[in-house]
Design a protein around this ligand. Sequence first.
Ligand code: NAP
Ligand code: ZN
Ligand code: ZN
Length: 348
Amino acid sequence: MIQTKGFAAYDATSDLKPYDFERRDVGANDVKIEILYCGICHSDLHHVKGEWGEILYPSVPGHEIVGRVVQVGAEVKKFKEGDMAGVGCFVDSCRHCHSCREGLEQYCENGFVATYGGQAKDGSAPTQGGYSNNIVVDEQYVLRVPMNMDLSRVAPLLCAGITTYSPIREWKIGEGHKVGIVGLGGLGHMAVKIAASKGADVTVLSTSPEKAKDAHELGAHNFANTRDKDTVKSMVNTFDFIINTVSAPHDYNMYMNMLKRDGTMILLGAPPAPAEIMAGNLLFKRRRLVGSLIGGIAETQEMLDYCATHNILSDVEVIPIDYVNEAYERMVKGDVKYRFVIDMASLK
Ligand code: NAP
Ligand code: ZN
Ligand code: ZN
């Protein structure tokens, strides 16, 4: 077994603290990655606080992982020692269902193995995530990180990047579309960058007026303060698409109303409460409400290569690991510019 150091939640209410644990030995198809950076996703917080249901503690979160390959198994073909590699939200899946065969492992009909809080396929232990100094993953679930990229700014692409890239690709969002991005946080700022790079006309719909300048610098064409009633009224029937990344319970109907006839709102945010929609808001304008979950492995590789080509990186605040609890507090307040990323050199 491989001795590993990390930071874990021990229950739903206390601070994350150091945690020593073991990873499996490197199997024939595995790569061992020395983790250099790990992003902090709002899902990490939902998970460790038990907001999505009970979890097993101690739990090491983190699914925006980049690092260096330090060991490969005998059968590994894609990686060699010294390569830069990434791991996202899942580390395995059944590999034979309809979705897995189509490269949509995130929708695996038998359930994917989540990077943390999942059950390892051999049933040995719950999976532990990237707030740690190493990880062992089957090479099929590891991404190649283009060499010319700033690794701290690549880490968030493994979740925030792919989660926004996937629906933009699926719904062919681009030139000629007016797109609203709700929530300028980790996912939101990546949605702005990617949608703008595809030629869409992008409006940030935010509750934080002080983010207006940043929104423009990130590539948005417009900014709207959704706390202002007149602004909200002026945007009724405006957008072809709305990408909703809000992490807290909120009024979905206000945003549905901003869609044109046949417009689509894509839910990415997963607040711990049901989404209540007035049927009339869908019926009268034939609007659509859809969801999207991260992305498959092939699509995640495509996204990384696309971001390398288009020079798209996350805007990050790099932190030492013992700042993680404060980072969580700031994330709940919407005070993130625009992703916290842990420098794993700080984990001693
Ligand atoms: P984040 O960085 O905390 O950003 C969320 C943003 O939502 C905040 O910055 C804030 O932006 C806005 N917001 C917060 N509370 C709000 C409220 N009450 N009303 C309106 N807006 C509010 O979070 P994230 O990491 O981007 O994640 C966002 C959500 O997506 C989380 O629920 C996460 O679990 C989920 N997620 C889903 C997937 C998927 O596959 N679908 C993948 C990753 C994450 P403003 O200050 O601009 O208003
Ligand atoms: Zn995430
Ligand atoms: Zn499957």
